[in-house]
Design a protein around this ligand. Structure first.
Ligand SMILES: [Zn+2]
Length: 369
C-alpha cells in the first residue's frame, strides 16, 4: 500500500524520469557509413572527443575524404584511413553517391571518376587505338555508352568523345567523387612513390661524430614520406625500422608496388674538404630530367633554413637505380664528415625543407611528363 504522500513523491519521481529520458541525447544509427570531404579550411582538427576541448589527433587537409560513423550534435565521429576521431561538421560536405554495379545491370551509372594519376582517352575501346587526351586523378566524365570489354565512351570535352578503361576509377549516379576514406586530393594524388632509407641494421653506412648514416637516412625518409602523403601520394617505404636490407630487396619492393618513382635517401662522405652540399644522382638516362626537377626544387626551401649549398645533380652507376625499370633519384642530403654541415643537416627543419623540395620536384615532373 502507498501513502498519499509517497504516491505524490512517486508521481514526481516518474515525471523527473520521463523528463530526463527526453533530455538524453539521441543515438544516431546510420544504416551505412557516409563519406564527406573537408571543405572551407586547409586544416581541420581531428579530435578525441566531440568538442574543441578534446585533444587533437591529426590535422586534415582540404579535400581529405572521411567516413562518418555516427554523430553527436554538430560533431561527426569519422574514420580517416586508420584513425578515428571527431570533427566539426561545419567543415564537411557530403560526397557519397551510390556506386553502381556495371557487371550485373544495364544501369551503368552516369559518371566515371578517374582514380589513377593519369589515364588515356582513346579513339576506340582498345588500349592500342589512337590516344586522344589524358584524364587526371579526380576527373569526372559523363558516361555515354559501355563497350563489351567494359570500357566507357565519355565526353571528355564539350562535343568531343572518346573511350576510357573502366578499371581505373569509380562510377557514380551523381556528379560527385567517391573515394576511400583518407583520400587526399593533391598534386601527387594517384601516384605511388617508394621511399628508400639507405643502409640499416648491420650496415651503418657512414659514421662521423657519433652519428650513423643509417639513422639519419631513416629519419629523413620518414619526414619525406609524410610530405609526399600530404600531397596525395601513396608512399611505400623499403624500411621503417633499423633493419638490414639488400639492394635487390629495395628494388623488388619498389617494383612490386608498381611505383611511379623511387627515391633513395642517403647522407654523403668525402675525403676532400672542398666538397659540400646536397647532391642528386641518377643512373638511367630516363632519370636525368626527373633528377634535375628534384634538384632544382630544393634550392628555395633548403636555402630558407640553412647555408648548405646545392652541389650538383649528376650521373653515377648505382645498383638501386640501374637494376630497376622505375625512374628514381638517389639523394645525398649533405656531407657528414664536415662538422658544420652535419650540424645543419641533422635537424628537423633541414629534413622538412628537403622533403618539401623533393615533393614539389616530383609533382612538377609529373605535371609535365
Ligand atoms: Zn649511403
Amino acid at each position: 500500500m502507498i501513502h498519499k504522500k509517497n504516491y505524490l513523491l512517486l508521481l514526481l519521481l516518474s515525471f523527473v524520469l520521463i523528463l530526463s529520458s527526453l533530455a538524453v541525447p539521441q543515438i544516431q544509427v546510420e544504416a551505412a557509413s557516409v563519406n564527406y570531404k573537408v571543405v572551407n579550411t586547409n586544416s581541420l582538427n581531428l579530435r578525441t572527443g566531440a568538442g574543441v576541448q578534446y585533444k587533437i589527433i591529426a590535422k586534415l587537409k582540404k579535400n581529405t575524404v572521411v567516413t562518418q560513423t555516427s554523430k553527436k550534435g554538430k560533431w561527426f565521429k569519422v574514420k580517416v584511413g586508420s584513425k578515428t576521431g571527431y570533427v566539426s561538421s561545419s567543415y564537411l560536405k557530403k560526397v557519397v553517391a551510390q556506386v553502381s554495379q556495371p557487371s550485373t545491370n544495364k544501369n551503368i551509372g552516369k559518371f566515371y571518376s578517374v582514380s589513377v594519376a593519369s589515364l588515356n582517352i582513346r579513339s576506340t575501346s582498345s588500349a592500342t587505338s589512337t590516344k586522344l587526351a589524358v584524364a587526371r586523378f579526380g576527373d569526372q566524365f559523363t558516361i555515354k555508352a559501355q563497350a563489351a570489354n567494359g570500357w566507357y565512351k565519355v565526353e571528355y570535352s564539350p562535343g568531343k568523345f572518346g573511350w576510357i578503361s573502366n578499371n581505373y576509377g569509380y562510377t557514380t549516379v551523381k556528379k560527385d567523387n567517391v573515394y576511400p576514406a583518407g583520400t587526399i586530393f593533391g598534386p601527387l594524388s594517384g601516384r605511388i612513390i617508394t621511399v628508400d632509407a639507405g643502409h640499416g641494421g648491420s650496415q651503418a653506412g657512414a659514421q662521423y661524430f657519433g652519428v650513423k648514416e643509417k639513422d639519419l637516412n631513416l629519419k629523413a625518409a620518414k619526414t619525406l614520406q609524410k610530405e609526399l602523403v600530404k600531397n596525395g601520394a601513396k608512399v611505400v617505404m623499403t624500411r621503417t625500422t633499423d633493419q638490414t636490407l639488400t639492394l635487390e630487396k629495395r628494388v623488388s619492393i619498389s617494383k612490386a608496388a608498381k611505383s611511379d618513382a623511387f627515391i633513395s635517401v642517403h647522407h654523403n662522405v668525402s675525403n676532400k674538404k672542398s666538397e659540400k652540399g646536397y647532391l642528386a644522382l641518377y643512373t638511367k638516362q630516363s632519370e636525368k630530367t626527373f633528377t634535375n626537377y628534384l634538384f632544382k626544387a630544393l634550392h628555395k626551401p633548403v636555402g630558407a633554413v640553412s647555408d648548405v649549398p646545392a652541389e650538383q645533380y649528376r650521373y653515377q652507376n648505382l645498383f638501386v637505380l640501374r637494376e630497376s625499370p622505375i625512374i628514381g633519384t638517389l639523394m645525398e642530403y649533405g656531407y657528414m664528415n664536415l662538422k658544420n654541415e652535419l650540424n645543419a643537416i641533422n635537424t628537423n627543419s633541414y629534413r622538412q625543407a628537403m622533403a618539401v623540395g623533393i615533393s614539389a620536384g616530383v609533382a612538377n615532373y609529373f605535371k609535365k611528363y
